[in-house]
Structure formats: structure tokens, C-alpha cells
Design a protein around this ligand. Structure first.
Ligand SMILES: Nc1nc2ncc(COP(=O)(O)O)nc2c(=O)[nH]1
Length: 289
């Protein structure tokens, strides 16, 4: 089952008829799994082009690590990291999103050619964000979030994590509508690993159809996250390191695609491109009379 993507995206992406693969381009020195590897604009662009070669449909360019405990990056630093990369990739005709919680950076990124604003805070970190999204008409990912990296792990209290996340995302949608953002601009994201350090992530994946049924495209970002490290821990109970989590990430891509996810956000693109193909063949066979 595939859903139409948000307005503002190129038609071939909006109506792809399959789960899209968003490649992660972290222009940061400290992201949890690939921090520092693409820290210069030229290295980040080269990495993004390699992800496109591997089949990425979208490139998500971020300049501020969101890993637990990360310190905030000044806006000038975030700007210097992401805008040159976004402008370069957009000039090449590539579909680019900006991973930021700052309205100013979102505006500048859209002006530089970004087609989607990927806001892990769902607008809670910057009151001006919804106005920028409304004015620009850009596609917008509202992710479920309860606080910045320095506090989020203490906010993992839910009665029913799926119901609670859906309710809190519905509150974001109401606020987006009140700010003049059209429903067809909006993508929702359960925010795996954000205020969900542990077992809370699995019900959100297992019950993904409930989020999909709310009627908005759903983006899933499980790639290399801590809960996968714990799942793959060895006999010493030491979590598997981030670079050992890509196979599990691809498995989640296949299951999320079958469950109706609009897109997945991953670091290792080619395995997820193959996983989406498996899911499409599987679903087609299951729905054939
Ligand atoms: N929409 C969305 N954006 C995100 N950005 C960063 C990270 C975590 O940081 P990383 O870039 O190091 O994986 N996770 C998400 C996510 O789950 N969803």
C-alpha cells in the first residue's frame, strides 16, 4: 500500500507508488553514527551524490546532531554547514530536504532549493516555523518530539505510546492548520528514539498502520538507532555499534513499506532500496486475485 506524498515534491516523487528512500547527509562533527565523515561541503555533496547513485529518492541535509546529549549548534554554524550543500544539490536537480528545527534555516534552505522541511521538533522548538511552512508552501515533516537532546531521554513516559504519539501529533496538525499550513504539505513521523530510548519504539513500528490510517504520509526514521543496537546486542549485552545496524534497518524498511510508510530515512541507502523492492513485490503478490 503506498500513499501519495506531500505537495511541493516533484510529481515523480509525490506519486511514486512505492515507499521512498531518504538518504541521510549529516554535515556535523558529532552525529551518533556518521558524525564528522561529511563535515565539509564538498565531502557532504560527494556523499549525497553517492547516495543518489545507490538509489536515494531524497537527500536529507542536517547540520545539527540530534543524538541524546548533543549540545545546540549556533544558527550561523548551522547555516554555514547546510545551506551551501543544499544549494549545490538543488542546482543539480536533486530533491533535497533540510533537517532543522529553526525557522530561519528552513526559510533559507527552501530559498536555496529545498523541497521539504524535516523538523524533528514538529514545530515545538521554534514558534516561527509553521509560518515559514505556510508562506513557502514547502512540504513539512512534523516528527513526534518532547524536548531537546539534553532532556528527551527523561521524557519517555507513556500510557499507550502509540495512542499518545498519535494524539500529540494530532495536536501538531491542529496547530499547523491554525497557522495556515495545508494538510497536503504535511508528513508525520513517530520520532523513533526521541523521548523513546527503549522498548517504546517497537509498538510504534508494529502498529504503524494505525499512524498511516490517520491519513497523512508517514516517514519512519529507525536507521542505526540505539534500540536496534540493544536488539542486536551480543552475549556480553553490549549494544551492537551503529555501523552494525544497517541490516536490521533494511528489515525495518521492508516491514514499514508493507505497512504503508510513505518514506524511510536511512544512512545506508542501497539495502533499503532493495528492501522497498522486496516489499513492493510481496505486496503486489498478496493483493493479486
Ligand atoms: N524526520 C526524522 N528526522 C530525523 N533526523 C535525525 C534523526 C537522528 O539522527 P541521525 O541523523 O544521526 O540518524 N532521526 C530522525 C527521524 O527519526 N525522523
Amino acid at each position: 500500500m503506498s500513499v501519495e506524498g506531500p505537495a511541493g515534491l516533484p510529481p515523480e516523487l509525490r506519486r511514486a507508488g512505492r515507499c521512498l528512500v531518504m538518504g541521510v547527509v549529516n554535515v556535523t562533527p558529532d552525529s551518533f553514527s556518521d558524525g564528522g565523515r561529511w563535515f565539509t561541503p564538498s565531502a557532504a555533496v560527494a556523499h549525497a551524490l553517492a547516495l543518489v547513485e545507490d538509489g536515494a529518492d531524497l537527500l536529507d541535509v542536517g547540520g545539527e546532531s540530534t543524538r541524546p546529549g548533543a549540545r545546540r549548534v549556533p544558527v550561523e554554524e548551522e547555516r554555514a554547514r547546510v545551506i551551501p550543500v543544499i544549494a549545490d544539490l538543488a542546482r543539480r536537480g536533486l530533491a533535497v530536504s533540510v533537517d532543522t528545527t529553526r525557522a530561519q534555516i528552513a526559510r533559507e534552505a527552501v530559498d536555496a532549493g529545498a523541497v521539504l522541511v524535516n523538523d524533528v521538533s514538529g514545530g515545538l522548538a521554534d514558534d516561527a516555523m509553521y509560518g515559514v511552512v505556510a508562506q513557502t508552501g514547502a512540504a513539512y515533516v512534523a516528527m513526534h518530539w518532547r524536548g531537546h537532546a539534553d532532556v528527551m531521554d527523561d521524557l519517555d513516559r507513556y500510557d499507550d505510546v502509540v495512542a499518545d504519539v498519535r494524539r500529540e501529533l494530532a495536536e501538531r496538525v491542529a496547530d499547523l492548520r491554525a497557522a495556515g499550513v495545508r494538510d497536503d504539505q504535511v508528513v508525520l513521523d513517530p520520532g523513533l528514539g526521541f523521548a523513546k530510548p527503549g522498548a517504546s519504539n517497537w509498538p510504534l513500528l508494529a502498529r504503524l498502520p494505525e499512524l498511516v490510517a490517520d491519513g497523512f504520509p508517514v516517514l519512519v526514521g529507525a536507521s542505526r538507532k540505539r534500540f536496534l543496537g540493544h536488539l542486536l546486542a551480543g552475549p556480553t549485552h553490549e549494544p551492537a555499534p551503529p555501523l552494525r545496524r544497517d541490516d536490521a534497518t533494511a528489515a525495518i524498511t521492508a516491514l514499514a513499506a508493507v505497512a504503508g510508510a510513505w518514506a524511510v530515512r536511512v544512512h545506508e541507502v542501497s539495502a533499503s532500496v532493495d528492501a522497498v523492492k522486496v516489499a513492493a513485490a510481496w505486496t503486489a503478490a498478496a493483493t493479486r486475485d
